[in-house]
Design a protein around this ligand. Structure first.
Ligand code: DAH
Length: 340
């Protein structure tokens, strides 16, 4: 028996020295100290021995067990730290390697243009406001002095949701919402999407953007309209552009006008951008029609106002020399990235 113990101890020592992994060391532990292990069997079989022998063997067996346990602990510790080291080595990162390059997005030219227009009007004390893209027929037409039989209802091909609801054809209904919700003095601008049932071509898109403006106060005159819009044109297109107001017609303004700016490409001599005329039409405007002010319950004896509306895509195309509106909606990054 003593011999056998010695053999177990030697064998365990050898196998633990050779163990290359925690797993292998664990196998040794099970083989020797496990429930059916070699040493466990010896200890179990000792019951048959006489007391004298049992005591002697018991001492020896316990000593061997203690020795093996000690070796096991040391081996486990050693193997674990080895494994840890290997893992660190494997996970080591090379800080000199070039990083992944993430492509940053860029602002869309329509967004850039809206932001520029907004900056100019904010600097003149206008407040940004907004209205919904799905509007009532009342706000889009009736309240803007374009009643059921008004020819203005034909100027645009409208996307109707139902008899009373449509996709707004212009940002002008934001004027109505503002007049209903605010009291003068009013000075707001409203950028947003509009929709018209047009077949797409180089200058038409069924979805496009406008920026609307509305000023209502005591003593507002056409001179205020001209001053504000001339200042806008100079801030937007350059301090030497000239402006020209041509009579026009809109149902919600009286008198109405369109504003042209002298061509910022050729300075007015005539070129491709201004189609040889030296002038470029930029926006529609006018003095707010009393019928529109009345919808908002505004005293038309006391207050007057002016309004304007411009197409964002048109301005972006003129500013950036884009000759087809459809380019703005194709989202080809090679195109969009040019306008950083
Ligand atoms: N809503 C007009 C359009 O879509 C543009 C416009 C013209 C707006 C004159 C105005 C205005 O506020 O006063 O063509």
């Amino acid at each position: 028996m003593q011999e056998r113990l010695k053999q177990i101890l030697e064998e365990s020592k050898k196998r633990l020295q050779e163990a290359a992994s925690v797993q292998e060391a664990e196998e040794v532990r099970i083989k020797v100290l496990g429930k059916k292990g070699q040493l466990t069997e010896i200890l179990r079989s000792m019951g048959q021995l006489d007391p004298e022998q049992r005591k002697e063997l018991g001492l020896a067996a316990n000593q061997v067990r203690a020795d093996i346990e000690k070796m096991l602990d040391a081996t486990f510790e050693q193997l674990k730290s080895k494994a840890r080291e290997a893992k660190f080595k494997e996970e080591k990162i090379d800080v000199t390697e070039p990083g992944k390059i993430y492509k940053l997005g860029t602002k869309h030219p329509v967004t850039i243009t809206i932001e520029e227009i907004s900056r100019v009007f904010k600097s003149m004390g206008f407040t940004l406001t907004e209205g919904p893209e799905v509007e009532t027929v009342f706000n889009n037409f009736d309240a803007l002095n374009a009643g059921p039989n008004h020819p203005a209802r034909d100027w645009t091909d409208t996307f109707y949701v139902n008899e009373d609801v449509l996709l707004r054809t212009q940002t002008s209904p934001v004027q109505v919402r503002t007049l209903l919700n605010q009291k003068p003095p009013i000075r707001v601008f409203a950028p947003g999407r509009c929709f018209r049932c047009d077949t797409p071509d180089a200058t038409h898109s069924p979805m496009f953007h406008q920026v609307e403006g509305l000023v209502v106060d005591e003593g507002i005159t056409m001179a205020d309209l001209k001053g504000v819009l001339d200042s806008f044109a100079k801030q937007m297109f350059g301090s030497d552009v000239k402006t020209k107001f041509r009579p026009h017609h809109f149902p919600f303004t009286e008198p109405s006008a369109e504003m042209d700016v002298s061509c910022f490409k050729c300075g007015g001599k005539g070129c491709r951008v201004c189609k040889g005329s030296g002038w470029i039409e930029i926006l529609g405007c006018g003095m707010v029609h009393p019928n529109v002010l009345k919808v908002g319950g505004i005293d038309t004896e006391k207050y007057t106002g002016f309004a304007f509306g411009m197409g964002v895509e048109r301005i972006a195309m003129l500013k950036y020399g884009i000759d087809d509106i459809r380019l703005l909606y194709e989202n080809d990054m090679r195109f969009i990235e040019q306008f950083r």
